[in-house]
Design a protein around this ligand. Structure first.
Ligand code: AMP
Ligand code: MG
Length: 417
């Protein structure tokens, strides 16, 4: 049994080493086609809704704004009370502040009115206070007042019974504000995914432990836990896994039982200490892909029993970038969210790259003053530059870049929120 697994593994390693490199976009497309979205839903209070994904439509229960109201501090009047030409002086008959429920305006008078206050019946224009002259209880209004000027009409923002968001909408702060404005206090959302996280590697120690010779601190765990939680999902922390086939199988089986998706780091290379591939093959099915991506060439994707697994590379910068490019969109779609495209923009290169590469490169860099500049050292083992960067500079396959060329930049805010 052990021999046949080893043989199978040796053969697949050989195949893998010569298998073609898959472009990033193709790999992502194939991954997303394999998503089977989770369906469990729950009702939550609006205040808990940040980053959650709508599972049913929300319908406005009122018009927003609910009544015509003033967009200015000023005076409300009926155009029919004004002289046809020139100025008009009228008495102030009433004062209306935001929150008041005004009576009909007496013809031939004006209402003192404030921003957000309801327009009284009978009035059809508001004149801003800077344009009038007040003397005692009278106000002199200018000529040329337009019908409905400075009035925000009822329902201008939202209409009663309007569908506010489609199913699959991932809620941002302004979305919660919109729902609140429409009177919604509870929403139906998908239950947060449970994502199992495990770190393979005998060299790993947890921060807080005494540094031992030969060991390094586990950085992927803290980073990925935060990325997952930022998506509104729950981490099932499986912890550290020893570099043996048996320990890897036990950890994966436990992870598959407890979570909707598994993310592991390390152990996906072709070394003898790399057991993820063999373990996943034994418990389910595995696809090992060589991606046209730097950093992050090897990516393992498959299923342990029915639970999808992403085997991310161990090098922290590779783990970060493969998470951002592949695991994150997959997770969002698994959570029921509509596909979200990370926005990129063009900026001028503050660097040159004279040697073309055969993989799409994602350089950790800084955008400032219209220019993007990568850090000098792009080693996939270095995480400090990933943390100092504010985004990734994308260098296409085969591209040569001169100072001032336009290159694409994806800010972190598009990848990690
Ligand atoms: P591997 O893919 O297991 O061969 O690991 C590749 C490199 O990443 C090695 O230098 C590992 O020590 C390092 N590495 C793996 N996992 C982690 C981790 N969780 N935190 C920091 N470095 C790691
Ligand atoms: Mg390892």
């Amino acid at each position: 049994m052990t021999d046949s697994v080893t043989d199978k593994n040796a053969a697949s390693n050989a195949d893998f080493k010569t298998s073609p490199l898959i472009p990033v976009a193709d790999a992502l497309k194939r991954l997303l086609e394999d998503v089977k979205p989770m369906a469990a839903t729950e009702i939550i209070a609006l205040g808990e809704g940040l980053n959650r994904v709508m599972a049913s439509q929300s319908i406005a229960i009122v018009d927003v704004p609910p009544r015509d109201n003033s967009s200015m501090d000023g005076y409300a009047v009926a155009l029919s009370s004004l002289n046809r030409e020139g100025e008009t002086t009228l008495p102030i008959s009433v004062r209306i502040a935001a929150g008041d429920n005004p009576k009909t305006l007496n013809p031939g008078t004006v209402a003192r009115i404030f921003t957000g206050a309801n327009i009284p019946l009978g009035a059809d224009a508001v004149i801003m206070q800077e344009q009038v002259t007040v003397s005692g209880a009278d106000v002199c209004l200018p000529a040329n007042i337009k019908l409905r000027q400075n009035i925000r009409p009822q329902g201008q923002d939202l209409r009663v019974d309007e569908v506010l968001f489609p199913v699959g909408k991932k809620l941002q702060p302004a979305d919660l504000g919109v729902l609140a404005s429409a009177g919604i206090s509870q929403i139906s959302v998908y239950k947060p995914l449970k994502v199992a996280l495990l770190s393979t590697g005998d060299e790993l120690q947890e921060p807080g432990e005494n540094p031992l010779p030969g060991k390094i601190f586990n950085s992927n765990r803290a980073m990925l836990k935060a990325f997952i939680e930022q998506l509104g999902m729950q981490v099932v922390d499986i912890g550290k896994v020893a570099d043996t086939l048996n320990a890897t199988k036990i950890a994966l089986a436990k992870a598959a039982e407890r979570a909707d998706l598994i993310i592991s780091t390390g152990g996906v290379s072709v070394g003898e200490e790399d057991h993820i591939k063999t373990a996943v093959n034994a418990l389910g099915s595995l696809n090992m892909w060589r991606i046209k991506l730097k950093p992050g060439k090897p990516l393992a994707y498959g299923r342990v029993a029915n639970t999808p697994i992403f085997g991310l590379p161990g090098n922290p910068a590779s783990a970060m970038i493969t998470f951002a490019l592949f695991a994150r969109p997959y997770l969002l779609q698994l959570q029921g969210a509509e596909p979200i495209q990370a926005l990129r923009f063009k900026a001028q290169a503050g660097f040159e790259k004279l040697k073309p590469g055969n993989r799409e490169e994602y350089l950790r860099g800084i955008y400032a003053d219209g220019k993007v500049t990568p850090f000098n050292n792009q080693s996939s083992g270095m995480l400090s530059t990933a943390s100092r960067a504010n985004g990734l500079i994308i260098v296409p396959v085969d591209a040569v870049i001169d100072f001032g060329d336009w290159v694409e930049f994806v800010p972190y805010s598009e990848l990690f929120a």
